[in-house]
Every structure is written in C-alpha cells, then in structure tokens.
Design a protein around this ligand. Structure first.
Ligand code: C2O
Ligand code: CU
Length: 489
C-alpha cells in the first residue's frame, strides 16, 4: 500500500484535512483528540558530566564517499551527530574547551529549545562573554522539558555549523508506553565542491535569497541511511533538521506514520501527510514498521522527484497486530497563554534595501556568471526594519521589545519577503495559533516556519526572565541581519 498522500493540499505543513481514512485511523481520535497527560513535577535526577572539546578533526562520514573532511566537532570519533541522552530531572554539567583554530575565534554553546536560565543560554555578549580559543567555560542546568534538542555555537555559525559543530541532546521521560524502537534521524547537507573541499558557507548570492544549499545530503552522516526496525513495531523516529538552509518536506511512504511531537512538545497523534521541516525544527514520528523483509521510506517531497532520506526495513517477528493507533507522549509543563488578556506585538521580517538589490542582481541567473558582489554592507535582512548591526554579536542593538514577566503576548509574525524563514525564539515556546495562508492545528514550537508573505499568529507567556534571541534559523539570514532579541523583565 502506498501512503503518499495528496500532499500538495498540505504542502506547507498545515494540519488541515487530517483524514482518518488515509491510514485506517480511528476516526474518533482524529475528530476529538483526548487531552494529553502531563509530565508532572520535575523529578530529582542525576548529575551528568559532559565534556565538549571543540576542535577541528578529520572525519570520514559515509556521505563523503570514502573521503575525509576537516570538520569541526565537539567530540572525537567518526560519528555524526554526537548524541547526549539524559533523563528529565538530570542536571547537565558541561565543560566547553575551545580548541578551535584561532581564525574561528571565539565561541559559545547555545542549547536550542531548552527553557533554561538566561545565563546558560550561550549567546555571546548577550548572555555571556564569548570563549576565546584556548579557554574553557562551564554550563550547568536542569532541562525542564523532555524532547529532542540540540546545541550549536552562536558565533560564526554559518562556518562552524557548516563544518558540523553541533550535538543532539535528547531528554527522555515522555513516553506513556514504550515504543518498540527510538531512532534519531539527523538531517544535514554538506557544501562540498567538485575538488572535494568545502565551498564557502556564506555567499552574498545565497544570503540575500534562500541561502547557500549543500551539495551532499545526509541523514546521520550517510547518503543512503538504512534503519532496521522491529517488524510491525510502533517505532519512534526523532527527526531533526540541523542544516543551516534546506527545508525538506517530510513524508513516509510504505508505512503508517503519525506526528506525536513538534519541537519536542507532544501533540495528540495525528497522521503525517507531509511536514515542512525548516532548519532547527524537530518532528517526532511514530511509524508502524514494515513486515519482516519489507521496506518503507522517509522522503523529502520538496524536490522534482521525492528524495529518499532513509530506508526503513522491518526485521524479525511481528510486534503488533492491531490497527495503527500510536500511543501519545506526555505533555510538557508549559504555561497556557491567557489569550483574553494578551498584549499584541508585531514583528515584520523583511529585506533591507541592500538585501533587495542583491537579490535582484542574483536573480538574473543567465550570463554573466555571478562573481563576488561588491557589497560593503552585509545587512540584507531586518526585523521591524532594523537589521542586526554588522560584525557578529559584539555590537548589541536595543531589544526589539520589552516584555513583562508572566504576561501573555500575542505575536503577529509577518513575512514580507518571497522566502520562507524559520523563526526561532530562545528560552520559550510559541503557541502557534493561526496563519493568514493555511490551516493550523494549534501546537507548540520554538521554531516556526514563516512561509512567503505569511502572517502567523503565535502566543507566548513571557515566563523566563532575561534577554532572548529572536532570529531566522537560516543561518545566512541570521548573520546578515534577521536577528534581534526580546527582553523579559
Ligand atoms: Cu538554534 Cu539562536 O539558535
Ligand atoms: Cu530567513
């Protein structure tokens, strides 16, 4: 049975038209999802030490086809990505040792999606002094939420992320009943030229448009990932897109698949038709694995032909016989927005005059070939018409907005550009409410995909004091101006 849905109707990851029939879904569930059970109070866990030694290392990933590349990694070995697993309630005690080459300069570690104290958030100048090469720094926090998160630098991110400097952090403790497998699928492209060397990670042509795409695609470091799953098991796939640019449209062919969490936060399970997974976004799927010897495919539909990201093969005795009706996850302990008393805030994501003119030049893709553009001002993008000042994080602008602690804000995120922008907020989750262009089933997210010309309504409870970045997670957009912060006092 092929389960490729009529995807174009939901091409933007909208949750409209969740049809019970596609997967033989119990229609009662799709119609009225039962409220999710909550995770409960934060348990007292262990102290988990984590030693990160950021350095250049020569790594041979399967996706490199026998070659070795000079990557930047936090830990040694030929693995990608490095995964840290803890339980909810555990305290992660990290030492960062910056042994990057001097040209890479200073760094910090940002813990993407974690609602931790502002001082641990890892944004240079805003929340900490950057860590120069040869120095160390410590982070200590207890993540309040379960889910799939990740960590990366917040300095020179196009280059460091492009070279692989990141890790995945999984916080366990959200399953109501154990699934039959729990597998990570980490998506990342690599910008490798014909000569086998890395291509530039930030180009004016890319930065002013949709970004500079990778040339080699990979899942868990492999171009043709194969995952063995227990036959007919209900298997959890944790998808994470750590690419700085690409926005795949995720689908599963040949198996029933349901979305059970978005950015680590549980949703009542609903059938996956397709879902656009922008940079930094995560998606937890439960897939009913094929029979022994059978295969299903995880695909990206956002291409002329669907691209296979991973092949899922069933092996062994059949685990389950009943209809596919995956167990839900536990709901995070997030404050419900008080929409009746919400204060409005508007954020417009647009291009600067420089950005618009570079985009125009670059759009003329005939001859002459694009050389380096003589752009002195690399502010291509802006939030509320204010581009982040040139030169990394060192020159801090004033906050985009000052939020009163404990209050609910209703944010209108307005994209006035022809490009999608995955908009990320630190230290909080947005409740995604509605869109001017597509159906939205309400869910929580720390990174929301703002499609071209779209207006998204989201709400948040400003319950974490401090200065929190708000930026596009297409890193070239972030680093050329589409970045700001809000202050919660
Ligand atoms: Cu993935 Cu400012 O973060
Ligand atoms: Cu963007």
């Amino acid at each position: 049975m092929t389960l490729r849905p009529t995807r174009r109707t939901v091409a933007l990851g909208g949750l409209a038209g969740v049809t019970a029939t596609v997967l033989g879904w119990r229609s009662t569930r799709a119609a009225a999802p039962a409220p999710l059970a909550r995770v409960g109070a934060l348990p007292v866990g262990r102290e988990v030490p984590l030693s990160l030694v950021a350095a250049e290392r020569t790594v041979a990933l399967p996706a490199f086809g026998g070659r070795s590349m000079r990557l930047m990694t936090f830990l040694g070995g030929d693995r990608f990505p490095h995964v840290v697993r803890i339980r909810r309630g555990d305290t992660l005690v990290t030492t960062l040792d910056n042994r990057l080459p001097a040209w890479a300069e200073e760094m910090s570690v940002h813990w993407h999606g974690l609602r931790i104290p502002n001082a641990e958030d890892g944004v240079p100048y805003l929340t900490q002094k950057p860590v120069p090469p040869g120095e160390r720094y410590g982070y200590r926090f207890t993540p309040p939420d379960t889910g799939t998160f990740w960590f990366h630098t917040h300095c020179n991110t196009a280059e460091t992320l492009g070279r692989g400097l990141l890790g995945v952090l999984i916080v366990e403790g959200d399953e109501t009943v154990p699934y039959d497998a729990d597998v990570l699928v980490c998506l990342k492209d690599w910008r490798i030229g014909e000569d086998g060397a890395f291509l530039p990670f930030l180009t004016d042509e890319g930065a002013a448009r949709a970004g500079s795409f990778g040339t080699v695609r990979s899942a868990n470091g492999a171009a043709a990932l194969r995952i063995d799953l227990p036959a007919h098991g209900d298997c959890r796939l944790r998808l994470i897109n750590v690419d700085p640019t690409r926005i795949p449209e995720i689908g599963v062919e040949g198996a029933g698949a349901a979305i059970v969490a978005i950015d680590g936060v549980a949703v009542p399970p609903f059938p996956l038709k397709s879902w656009r997974l922008g940079p930094a976004m995560r998606l937890d799927l439960v897939v009913r694995a094929p029979a022994d010897g059978g295969e299903a495919r995880l695909v990206d539909y956002h291409a002329p032909q669907p691209v296979t990201l991973a092949t899922l093969s069933g092996t062994g005795e059949a685990r389950r016989t009943g209809a596919f009706d995956p167990a839900p996850l536990l709901m995070a302990d997030l404050a419900e927005p008080d929409l009746l008393n919400a204060l409005p805030l508007g954020f417009t994501f647009g291009a600067t005059a420089t950005g618009a003119s570079v985009a125009e030049i670059a759009d003329d893709t005939e001859t002459p070939p694009l050389g380096p553009l003589c752009v002195t001002d690399r502010s291509f993008w802006a939030i509320n018409r204010e581009p982040w000042p040139d030169g990394g994080h060192a020159r801090l602008p004033p906050p985009l907005a000052v939020l009163e602690r404990g209050r609910t804000y209703r944010l209108t995120l307005h994209n006035v550009t022809p490009h999608p922008h995955p908009i990320h907020i630190h230290g909080h989750f947005f409740r995604v409410l509605s869109s001017s262009r597509r159906e939205i089933v309400p869910h929580w997210a720390d990174t929301v995909l703002l499609t071209p010309k779209e207006r998204l309504e989201v709400a948040l409870v400003a319950d974490n004091p401090g200065d929190w970045m708000l930026h596009c997670h297409i890193i070239e957009h972030q680093e050329t101006g589409m970045m700001g912060y809000v202050r919660v006092t």
